[in-house]
Structures are given as structure tokens and as C-alpha cells.
Design a protein around this ligand. Structure first.
Ligand code: FE2
Length: 296
């Protein structure tokens, strides 16, 4: 676990006016709005909401009015200031992670409502969070432990074929480590550790950084090899050791199987939207006449 300080929140890049400009300029197909409930055991309340032609101010007003999570995807790719921030950040990360794959570095800007939650989930790759505005509480659970994340579901997360949310039991909290985050904190948790978040009572702004390392890629390939062997050949394959000769063989073997199209899994998530952003509507969301399916 890494808990550090940063000073990014002291710039004026994340004030309301700057966020409105950034949101206005951001490609709409890289802007994802999700509505959340208030109960961490109800991930079924996590729904896509269409952004439509809502501008930056509309989006911020809706986020303030509701319980909405706005993911500004690939923010570093579309805004030079964010690209510079990414390069500076990964210069430092590269100094402590020599096997970092530099080209994998990505930033996502997260703008979220007072009281919004992130449901219990795990991410396939390593990531870290820089908190910029508001307060939030983060719970982190033991990584790669079958009691907290069923193995078949983790395999599917590595394959990118399921949404990352996992079944949550409040009793898991006994094994969690809890962090209260304020602006200026940077936190990184062990790769694949399940986690969840609950925002405090004000608008939250954070930057999430995603990347891969040669070791994280090998771990992913080991899990994908296990998935392929157990599901296609029906041979139980349970070792998740990602270092040493057997991990190397599995990793290379999986890459060969992928090239030979023995594994034809196509990553992709299908979301069904039943509402759209509307700052004038209750909770910042207006119902759609009919559900709309979107793939991210
Ligand atoms: Fe996450």
C-alpha cells in the first residue's frame, strides 16, 4: 500500500471553471456518466446515464444535484495540460517501477457527487488515485483471496468480459483497511485488491492513473491461461503464481494461443441506459422513453 502527498490540487486546473471548459471540449464518446445508489450491497443500482448534449456546466450541476459518477476517459489524450501531468507523474513512477510499460500510462478524471459510491470491485491492472477535491472513504480488501473475489469472476475481469463489480458482503469489512482521503493524497493499493468508495458530503474530483508493468502483464496472462485451460480443456488449473518458470511458460503459451485464435474472447462491456443527464431534473437525471444499449 502506498499513501503519499501531491500538490496537483493546488493548481487551478480543477476549479469549477476549468472543469467546465474541459468537459465542454471532451469527446462525448469518452465521457461516461453512471448513477449510483447509496447501498454498497446493491450494485444493480449502478446504471449508465446518457450524457447527450449536456455541456460542462450542466454536467457539474447534475453531479451536484444527484448521485452521479462522471468518468472522463483518456483525459490525458485529449487535453495537453493533462498529458503533461501524466508525463510528470509517470516519470516519477518509472523511477520506482523499472518494468513500467510507459506507453500504457493513462489518466481518467473522476467527478462525482456528494454521497456517491463506487461499488465493491477489483481492477485487472495496477492503478492509483490522486485525490483533488472533496473527501472520500476508501476500503481496501485482501488481494487474490478466493474469500473476497470468486476466482471465475476474477478470470472474467482479466478477460474484460464482465463489469468489475463483485458480490459484496458487509462482513468483508472486518478484513478491510480503511482510508479517509483528502485533497492532496495519492493512494495506490496492491494490484487486484478489491476496493470500494463512499464520497463525503461535497463534490469530489480525483485523477485515476492506470498502467501496466511486465509483471502485471505476466499475471494477466497467467490468469487468462488458467481460464482458457480450465474452460476449454476442462482441466483444473489453479496456480496463480506469476513469477518463475511455470508462470513464464503459461504467459508465453497464452500469447501463442491468443495469436492462434484458440482464445477468441473479445473484451467489451454492454451497459443499458435508462436515464440521461438533466441538471433541471430531480437527482440530475431524466428518464429515457426506452432503454438504450451502449458498449464501452
Ligand atoms: Fe477501481
Amino acid at each position: 500500500m502506498i499513501l503519499e502527498r501531491h500538490r496537483i490540487h493546488e493548481t487551478d486546473s480543477f476549479c469549477d471553471e476549468a472543469l467546465e471548459r474541459l468537459l465542454d471540449a471532451h469527446p462525448r464518446d469518452r465521457l461516461m456518466a453512471l448513477s449510483t445508489g447509496a447501498e454498497p450491497t446493491r450494485p444493480d443500482e449502478w446504471r449508465l446515464a446518457l450524457v447527450g448534449d449536456a455541456g460542462g456546466r450542466d454536467l457539474l450541476d447534475a453531479v451536484r444535484a444527484g448521485r452521479i459518477w462522471l468518468n472522463v476517459l483518456q483525459v490525458d489524450k485529449h487535453h495537453p495540460e493533462m498529458a503533461q501531468l501524466r508525463d510528470e507523474l509517470f516519470e516519477e513512477i518509472g523511477a520506482v517501477l523499472p518494468d513500467l510499460v510507459r506507453s500504457s500510462a493513462r489518466l481518467t478524471l473522476l467527478v462525482s457527487s456528494p454521497g456517491a459510491i463506487v461499488y465493491y470491485h477489483l481492477d485487472a491492472g495496477p492503478n492509483l488515485l490522486m485525490h483533488l477535491r472533496g473527501t472520500k472513504r476508501l476500503w481496501v480488501y485482501p488481494a487474490l483471496d478466493d474469500r473476497f473475489a470468486p476466482r471465475a469472476e476474477v478470470e472474467d475481469i482479466f478477460a474484460g468480459v464482465r463489469i468489475e463489480n463483485l458480490p459484496f458482503d458487509p462482513a468483508f469489512d472486518d478484513a478491510a483497511t480503511c482510508y479517509d482521503l483528502e485533497p492532496g493524497r495519492l493512494i495506490a493499493w496492491p494490484q487486484n485488491a478489491p476496493h470500494r468508495i463512499c464520497n463525503g458530503d461535497s463534490l469530489n474530483v480525483s485523477l485515476a492513473a492506470e498502467f501496466v508493468t511486465t509483471r502485471s502483464l505476466r499475471r494477466q496472462n497467467v490468469w487468462l491461461a488458467n481460464r482458457l485451460i480450465s474452460r476449454k480443456l476442462h482441466v483444473p488449473c489453479r496456480s496463480i503464481v506469476d513469477q518463475g518458470i511455470s508462470a513464464q511458460i503459461k504467459s508465453v503459451g497464452y500469447r501463442v494461443a491468443r495469436k492462434a485464435r484458440i482464445d477468441r474472447t473479445v473484451p467489451g462491456h454492454e451497459y443499458v441506459a435508462e436515464s440521461r443527464i438533466d441538471p433541471g431534473a430531480e437527482g440530475g437525471l431524466a428518464p429515457l422513453g426506452h432503454p438504450v444499449t451502449v458498449v464501452y
